[in-house]
Design a protein around this ligand. Structure first.
Ligand SMILES: [Fe+2]
Length: 295
């Protein structure tokens, strides 16, 4: 089973049409009925959303806006030390609000004139074929809830901080946006589940957890690292391996802890050549050959 399925809280639709998010007992918001009601309401917005219509407004509390403001401020300091120049340029161009959580509709409207990408609300896990496939059309599925305010620097699941600070700032740069589109085109091209999973793992080790050399040091461009207050301080000490599509597509990872194996590109051009080139041309047969050669 593909591990990312455990990443998101399951969503259930009741007989009366209401939507329930099944938080694990270990989730920081598990025992907070007000937070859980809000999570259910926000998930309901996504379940009932139809593409092409405005993304409904999610209601957040003042405490939640304060979480956003705090995390935005602290991450911005770390980004100056650890993020790639292109990610920083994307963030500058996008100009996300710093004091309050932006609505996804607003993120979409900031992003579309820059690179054509638009946001779509997701209640939880989106099936891989849909999540990756629509990247080819310039759509990015995003959760809309925010982490529990009791632990502002921790979330067990991808929340709006991850989706927007991690992904939208990268999607605001033309060269990263082009890579996201190529991943989507690759996902559309392949028919088999094995090939789709391979493509998604290459995405994981690049656009989620990718690092690259810049000015003699290692910097991150992956959304998973750049949205994590703890992980961003640790990635330089991990097992850093050379960029290698066959290795990325077949390396196991554990989503429940910091990623201890990372793949470094020598430059953005190197990433575009190796990974962009792979996504631009791969098919079921070429991926099957990479898997066979790697084993
Ligand atoms: Fe992500």
């Amino acid at each position: 089973m593909f591990e990312e399925a455990q990443y998101f809280a399951p969503i259930a639709t009741q007989d009366d049409g209401s939507v329930v998010v099944e938080l694990a007992a270990s989730h920081p918001g598990f025992a907070d009925p007000v937070y859980r009601a809000r999570r259910n309401a926000i998930a309901g917005l996504a379940v009932n959303h139809r593409r092409g219509t405005p993304i409904p407004v999610a209601e957040y509390t003042e405490q939640e806006h304060e979480v956003w403001a705090l995390v935005t401020r602290e991450l911005a300091v770390k980004h100056r030390a650890y993020a790639t120049a292109e990610y920083l340029a994307g963030a500058e161009r996008l100009g996300l609000p710093r004091a309050r959580i932006p609505q996804l509709q607003e993120v979409s409207e900031l992003l579309e004139p820059l690179t054509g990408f638009r946001y779509l609300p997701a209640a939880g896990l989106v099936p891989l074929r849909d999540f990756y496939g629509v990247l080819a059309d310039g759509y990015f599925h995003s959760t809309q809830y925010i982490r529990h305010h009791s632990v502002p620097f921790y979330t067990p699941e991808p929340d709006v901080v991850h989706e927007v600070i991690g992904h939208a700032n990268a999607l605001a740069h033309d060269r990263y946006a082009a890579l996201y589109r190529l991943a989507g085109e690759a996902a559309r091209r392949v028919e088999g589940e094995e090939a789709l999973e391979f493509i998604s793992k290459v995405f994981w080790f690049t656009l989620e957890f990718g690092v690259m050399r810049e000015g003699g040091e290692l910097r991150a461009y992956g959304a998973g690292i750049l949205s994590s207050y703890g992980e961003i301080e640790e990635f330089r000490g991990m097992d850093i391996r050379p960029l290698d599509v066959a290795a990325m597509g077949t390396t196991h990872y554990d989503i429940t802890k910091y990623q201890d194996v990372l793949f470094a590109a020598d430059s953005l051009r190197h990433l575009e050549d190796v990974v962009g080139g792979f996504w631009a041309t791969c098919d079921d047969d070429s991926i099957a050959k990479l898997v066979a050669d790697a084993s």
